[in-house]
Design a protein around this ligand. Sequence first.
Ligand code: SF4
Length: 298
Amino acid sequence: MENPFKSTHFNAIGPYLQKKFGGRVAKLSIDGGFTCPNRDGTKGVGGCIYCSDDGGGHYASDITGQMELLSHKWPESKYIVYFQSYTNTYGPADILRKKYEEALARPDVVGLAIATRPDCLPPDVIELLKELSRRTYLWVELGLQTIHDSTALLINRGYPLNVFDEAMDRLKDAGIPAVVHLIFGLPGETHSDMIASVDYVAAKKPFGMKFHQLYIMKGTKAAEYYPERLRVLEKDEYISLVVNSIERLPQDITIHRVTGDPPASDLIAPLWSLDKRSVLNGIQKEFKRRGSFQGSRL
Ligand code: SF4
């Protein structure tokens, strides 16, 4: 089998979007002012054990400021607005519509990426997303993290696997592309448990996948458990897991992230996460060393 991705070794979302839109497409990570039902008591309390106060939106900020900055750097750039922090479909459909429409009304915005939980996609929200996806480029991101219900309990994710399955079915029926997030290094999981999650998600044929390592942030439940009850992955171990995973993925699945990018001020471990460039280079080096690429082990 030929490597169609050349030096990137996988179907990275950046080049994919560039090709689709005929130029650079930047993602603007924003905080849409949502909360999360796993933190406010509706589905659970305390949130996922690794979740920090910003609900996962470490770099989310206001849309205008980001656009101004980027327009100086890349005047021709188009934008996808990424509703990143907390649960971005958690609210009445009319309020959601207002927020999404506001983002779409900005000049040069060509689409939306909406991060949410699988248990926050009721029929009226699916209808809204379906309608929007007919007139703009849109995908929904689901924070699954693991397929193992025993791990889901340990991390206080707040829903079992069948809820994810149903959400994927609803999105598929509505023709809405899904991007699924997985975390490697969750408590109690072996490498084969993690690869089982990769295979399970791949079999659902999502539009995209995101991978990152478990990291321990200040102020989280995970920080209370670390290091006595939680370990974190070594860098080489993580790199090997990412390469093993991508080699098993069909080539049409887009890869949206291969390492996390935590803010230095709040990170406790693993500290190698701070050198993102070195992790990315390590992944490319490992593909090169193996002579492998996305789908080469299928
Ligand atoms: S679902 Fe997301 S926002 Fe909610 S607690 Fe878990 S990680 Fe945090």
